[in-house]
Ligand binder design. Structure first.
Ligand code: KG4
Ligand code: ZN
Length: 414
């Protein structure tokens, strides 16, 4: 655990003066007072600087986001010190933009909610330092937010989803299955033992040089794979899904990445092309890797549903599976999950893409959920720290493995 003082540079004295100026801008009185609770949410855990103002009923009053993706694409990955610098450069502008568009005066806020765990230490530090100065100036409560809890609860801003429900988070940095029993009551059923599915798809896309493909040059790796897969035959290569013998809900994607890597090297030899050129069989490879990924994710999720039903953790008549994260926008993977939810009589829900990826709205909404439940609302921020590593809820993945539930084979006709 790192302590806040390590990021003290965020608010040097001139910058602190800037906060006062920043707050003075909002010295106005809107015509209508707000009757509902209002929360400003701030997110800087990875490579997006995001903020939003959300009210108690789920109205998104204002939001702003600055994505660092373009910068990090050039370096082939996130450089933490670069991410930190970009957060520092943008946080004030983004928070100001979210507040301005919401027409909410900072004094009308009920609280400020900010991601403090888990994430990149240098990135988390910028958001926390900024927020602590803000709540100090405004004399408002502070609500520290767990990034994954916020992802998991976002669906409740849009749909009436009661506790408990099952959540699958799949993105470039996340891969987990959890049972959500309450605002701060989570059971972790399984997680990736190595990399996340989006990370694997990004690596495969990079290895296939899809950035040079005329149809895919502006797409993220995962999206490029989905696009190209439509032109390929998923059965052209026989790739086995990972961890078939392990009867738990954990995931693994790095073995799959290496298998695909070997196939690509072999095909380069066969087609007589150099690394960096586009293979004629690229679409078949994309289709096969997408299919194997979908089958792996579907199988683990199927087992999680059966486990929760067997242990009466999910109500059989009212079971909901929420799928979120960047990879959740993949329609092929969604269809695989739909086959699972149809077979198990579950309802499948996915937030829209802009709420699946990192954003300030989910942080503000988590603040609202916590205010309503009266949990984790701080009036004294002394000693508050960010935590780069922080598991989600109570880890019962061993118990899930011990139950060794055999999952019936489903026909993945997608
Ligand atoms: O949630 P997100 O924006 O950021 C984090 O990783 O936290 O997710 C980005 C990831 C990337 O790995 C990207 O390749 C993947 O989501 N992704 C997709 C698709 N669109 C984005 N993966 C598969 N299919 C897609 N259509
Ligand atoms: Zn995230």
């Amino acid at each position: 655990m790192l302590i806040l003082s390590k990021t003290a540079g965020v608010f040097s004295k001139p910058a602190r003066r800037k906060t006062y100026e920043f707050l003075r801008i909002f010295n106005f009185h809107p015509g209508k007072p707000f009757l509902h609770k209002l929360v400003l949410g701030i997110e800087t855990s990875c490579d997006d600087t995001a903020a939003a103002v959300v009210d108690e009923t789920g109205n998104i009053l204002g939001e702003a986001i600055h994505s660092q993706t373009e910068v990090h694409l050039k370096t082939g990955g996130i450089v933490p010190s670069v991410a930190q610098q970009l957060h520092k450069e943008n946080i004030q502008r983004i928070v100001q933009a979210a507040l301005s568009s919401s027409k909410v005066c900072p004094r009308e806020l009920s609280a400020v909610a900010t991601t403090v765990k888990p994430g990149l230490a240098l990135s988390l530090g910028v958001g926390l330092s900024f927020s602590l100065h803000l709540v100090d100036q405004l004399k408002k409560p502070f609500i520290p937010i767990h990034h994954m809890e916020a992802h998991a609860l976002t669906i409740r801003l849009l749909n009436k989803v009661d506790f408990p429900f099952l959540v699958l988070l799949i993105s470039g940095g996340h891969c987990l299955l959890a049972l959500v029993r309450g605002v701060s009551d989570f059971l972790l059923l399984g997680k990736s033992l190595d990399i996340a599915p989006g990370d694997m798809l990004d690596k495969v896309a990079r290895r296939l040089s899809l950035i040079k493909h005329p149809e895919c040059s502006t797409m993220s790796g995962g999206k490029a794979i989905e696009h190209l897969a439509k032109q390929g035959n998923k059965l052209h290569f026989d790739i086995k899904p990972p961890m078939q013998r392990a009867k738990n809900c954990d995931f693994s994607f790095s073995g799959l990445q290496h298998v695909v890597d070997r196939i690509i090297t072999q095909k380069e030899k066969e087609e007589g092309i150099q690394k960096g050129e586009i293979l004629a069989s690229a679409a078949h490879i994309a289709a096969a890797v997408q299919h194997t990924t979908a089958c792996h994710i579907a199988k683990r999720t199927h087992r999680a549903i059966l486990f929760c039903k067997q242990k009466r953790l999910l109500t059989p008549s009212n079971a909901v599976l929420v799928v979120s994260g960047g990879v959740a926008s993949n329609l092929y993977i969604r269809k695989a999950l739909e086959i699972v939810t149809n077979a198990t009589e579950c309802t499948l829900l996915c937030p829209p893409p802009r709420l699946c990826t990192d954003n300030g709205i989910m942080i503000a909404w988590n603040g609202i959920e916590r205010l309503r439940a009266g949990v984790g609302v701080l009036h004294n921020t002394e000693g508050i720290r960010y935590e780069p590593k922080c598991p989600l809820g109570v880890d019962i993945s061993e118990e899930v493995g011990e139950a060794a539930i055999k999952v019936p084979r489903l026909k993945m006709d997608i």
